[in-house]
Design a protein around this ligand. Structure first.
Ligand code: NAD
Length: 276
């Protein structure tokens, strides 16, 4: 057997490995999702943003991201708790942005309460947004990815997809579910050029965590600093928040040709938390 190595443009290969690909990132109007969208755009991908928020602020985010990285950027405001809205968003990505080569299921919400006081509506919303929406998006795009022979699915789970903490029954259940879903999709698509992985961040400083700091400070009657050191970063051995840029860089790596053999994994980015 002979093999030919062809040299491609080194700048394109190294600096813009995702040129020609389209990435849909759910929950990318804020926090980790926006960080991932920035990193994928920097790597050359066309971006479809999704999320909730002020329409004018989202439009500014969209145009600035497109200009900064010289890529096309689109936005669809699907409420991911509604399966029919998810389907509409996928159709939009296919019709307006050229399909979904890279799917990042990132949108998520949190609610913290002991299980006996956990509101049923919060359980339903967390399961719908943090877990079921990933089922609906994957279900809608994976056949097209398989047909193309290339696809990257990155699910943003959590350290709470691997271990538990009290008072987060819905969140921990949903994130463990995301890790399980990741493994099944990886196995089902293993021979087709499609990979599916979960990123499992520990604490990353975003609006979602900021709200937890405020809530816990009120609930325990302690300062913000004490919540950060004694509650949040207690389990995170390096005592640092992870950054959205670190999560974005990992999503780019998984999406690039270099990530071709990584599938079915749950990758902690947690400063050692799950090494305990
Ligand atoms: P965030 O609150 O900053 O962002 C959440 C995003 O999801 C926003 O864009 C929001 O508009 C969107 N969203 C929420 N509900 C939605 C809905 N119904 N439909 C569409 N979009 C919706 O939160 P974040 O901290 O960036 O979290 C992003 C993901 O990372 C979540 O899945 C979260 O569980 C996970 N995560 C976060 C941390 C952390 O420490 N921040 C740690 C582990 C995992």
């Amino acid at each position: 057997m002979t093999m030919t190595l062809t040299k491609s443009d080194p700048v394109k290969t190294l600096a813009r490995p995702l040129e020609g690909k389209t990435a849909l990132v759910t929950g990318s109007t804020s926090g980790i999702g926006l960080g991932i969208a920035e990193a994928l755009a920097e790597a050359g991908a066309t971006i479809v943003l999704n999320g909730l928020g002020d329409a004018q602020a989202i439009e500014t985010t969209r145009t600035e991201l497109a200009d900064r990285h010289a890529v096309s950027a689109h936005f669809h405001g699907a409420d991911l708790s509604k399966p029919e809205a998810v389907e509409e968003m996928i159709r939009f990505a296919q019709d307006e942005a050229g399909g979904v080569d890279i799917l990042v299921n990132n949108a998520g919400i949190q609610y913290v309460a002991p299980i006996e006081e956990f509101p049923t509506v919060k359980w339903d919303a967390i399961l719908a947004i943090n877990l079921s929406s990933a089922f609906h998006t994957i279900r809608a795009v994976v056949a097209e990815m398989k047909a193309k022979g290339y696809g990257r699915i990155v699910n943003v789970a959590s350290a709470h997809g691997l271990v538990a903490s009290p008072f987060k029954s819905a969140y921990v259940a949903a994130k463990h579910g995301v890790v399980g879903l990741t493994k099944v999709v990886a196995l089902e698509s293993a021979e087709s050029g499609v990979t599916c992985n979960a990123i499992c961040p520990g604490y990353v400083w975003t609006p979602l965590v900021e709200k937890q700091i405020e809530d816990q400070a009120k609930a325990h009657g302690i300062s913000r600093e004490k919540v950060i050191s004694d509650v949040l970063l207690k389990s995170q051995p390096n005592k640092q928040f992870a950054t959205v840029e670190e999560i974005g860089a990992l999503a780019v790596f998984l999406s690039s040709p270099a990530g071709a053999s990584i599938t079915g994994t749950a990758l902690p980015v947690d400063g050692g938390w799950t090494a305990h």
